[in-house]
Design a protein around this ligand. Structure first.
Ligand SMILES: [Zn+2]
Length: 104
């Protein structure tokens, strides 16, 4: 399913109210391995569920919005540390203003 990836969920689009919408990233507890659900609002917020290791970067960016999480099984507090090595490039074509010659 194609969808715009650059829209944050706080930006209403298509006239739909996105109040309360988010995506979920499943993160295993570092102590016992039980999966905890981390809610993120930095991506499309279509209530999609992702695995931590194949989540899109835009969704991952907000993974710690409610961190630290408490493991339901063992009580361990944990959060996600991540480093973004490669950002997706996006290009937009814009028409030059014919009346503006710029500085060159
Ligand atoms: Zn645990």
């Amino acid at each position: 399913m194609a969808r715009p990836k650059s829209e944050a969920c706080n930006e209403p689009h298509d006239g739909a109210s996105l109040m309360g919408m988010y995506d979920t990233i499943n993160v295993p507890c570092p102590n016992c391995g039980k999966t905890a659900e981390f809610q993120t609002k930095s991506g499309p917020c279509n209530l999609d569920v992702y695995d931590l290791y194949n989540v899109p970067v835009d969704v991952l960016m907000d993974v710690n919005r409610h961190a630290p999480a408490t493991c339901a099984a063992c009580g361990t507090l944990f959060e996600v540390k991540f480093r973004v090595a490669v950002m997706e490039a996006r290009s937009v074509i814009v028409a030059r203003d014919a009346g503006s010659k710029g500085t060159s």
